[in-house]
Design a protein around this ligand. Structure first.
Ligand code: BTN
Length: 233
């Protein structure tokens, strides 16, 4: 029999950051979704901020695990990125994932994902999956060249509640790594890998089951972990 998980949903008009709010709920041990209509201090990866004006979808899913090996952490990212892609596809868009988990449409970023895991030994105790999807929100001018919204791509507003409903359904649905791989973009074209102080010229070829980027560097195929590097085109 399929066991149904109950997810508590908390909604806010505005929060500094849904991820930060989710952290305060870790002691509850309860799977919870936190959704905010806007964020005043939206957090991105690598300490960056994330523009979070009204009209976008900003949510964090706090999930608890009994026995989730840290070695499989990448699957949490891959599942979130795949759920976002499937949501966008259901509105006739063609999204591509830029490894590890940025989602692009028409060459511009439409969604950012920030995962914050809590570990105990070699297991993940709980994860916070923060997703910011640009739906009908206005982007600041400085992002207009690099980011986009569903509104800009479709040339019309999409009901935010519909996008939210589809994304939530997919976040808690079955997922396979293959579905993630099928949506990977930016492969087989020259890129720069920034790893610590060094930059490497590479050609990304794919992603392995551990979530490492497989990229050719000077004719040799190497595996790079997302904790160490970022990928630029
Ligand atoms: C990135 O692209 O750098 C990741 C952005 C993640 C943004 C989302 S919005 C909901 C959640 N709350 C936050 O403060 N950040 C994430």
């Amino acid at each position: 029999m399929n066991e149904q998980k109950t997810i508590k949903i908390l909604r806010f008009e505005s929060l500094p950051s849904t991820n930060e709010y989710a952290k305060t709920l870790r002691p509850t041990g309860e799977d919870t979704l936190i959704i905010a209509a806007s964020q005043t201090g939206g957090k991105g990866t690598k300490g960056r901020s994330f523009s979070s004006n009204t009209g976008g979808l900003y949510l964090s899913a706090l999930n608890f695990y009994e026995n989730f090996p840290s070695a499989n952490a990448f699957l949490i990212m891959a599942k979130a990125a795949t759920a976002v892609c499937k949501t966008l596809e259901s509105f006739s868009l063609i999204p591509k994932i830029k490894w590890p988990n940025d989602v692009y449409v028409n060459g511009k970023k439409i969604c950012g994902i920030l995962i914050e895991n809590a570990f105990l030994g070699d297991k993940i105790k709980n994860s916070i999956v923060g997703i910011g999807l640009n739906v009908n929100n206005l982007l600041p001018d400085e992002l207009s060249e690099i980011a986009t919204t569903m509104n800009e791509c479709l040339q019309k507003e999409t009901p935010l509640d519909l996008v939210e409903e589809r994304l939530i359904g997919l976040l808690y649905a079955e997922f396979s790594f293959e579905e993630y791989c099928n949506r990977l973009g930016f492969l087989n074209e020259p890129a720069t890998l920034v790893t610590g102080e060094k930059t490497l010229s590479v050609v990304p070829r794919g992603v392995n089951e551990r979530g490492e980027l497989l990229a050719e560097e000077q004719g040799v195929l190497r595996a790079f972990s997302s904790a160490e590097i970022s990928l630029r085109f």
